[in-house]
Design a protein. Structure first.
Length: 153
């Protein structure tokens, strides 16, 4: 039998049938090159089975401590009051209202409104309503404690 077929049988199958084992033994008895390659392969396989690389426990511990530290920092960042102040929210709301009001005076709006008519006004009104409702909900949701204290709720 050829050397490549014998080596393929050894490399492919960890639990060879008895007939294949006899063929490999007979071939390696007469072919010292294949016997040496098989011996090196089995030594490497034995090394890999016996945990060649030891687990790095200290690496796992250091990574997990960093993960827990980042979680604590995130909790502290969201727990502390701050973010955008009420004044900032009001200024942003005024800017949004002014931009919506000024959108109706632009030349592009006039051309679109005259071309599309009332079918253009419905999506425009829905968009404005969604933006203002979302803005109001976010403002109230983020300042719920302040608003309830201010209005005695």
């Amino acid at each position: 039998m050829e050397c490549s077929k014998i080596l393929d049988m050894v490399y492919e199958d960890d639990s060879m049938p008895l007939l294949n084992q006899v063929q490999v033994w007979a071939h390696t008895f007469f072919c010292s090159a294949c016997a040496q390659k098989i011996k090196i392969y089995e030594a490497a396989r034995l090394i890999m089975k016996n945990d060649f690389f030891q687990p790095a426990e200290s690496l796992e511990n250091s990574i997990m401590t960093k993960v827990f530290a980042e979680e604590e920092q995130a909790k502290e960042a969201f727990a502390t009051p701050g973010g955008i102040s009420t004044r900032g929210w009001v200024i942003a709301g005024i800017i949004i209202l002014v931009s919506f009001a000024s959108a109706f005076f632009g030349l592009d709006f006039q051309n679109l409104a005259s071309e599309w008519g009332m079918s253009f006004m419905l999506p425009m009104g829905i968009t404005i309503g969604i933006v203002l409702t979302t803005y109001g909900a976010l403002f109230i949701g983020s300042h719920l404690k302040e608003l309830s204290e201010r209005f005695g709720l």
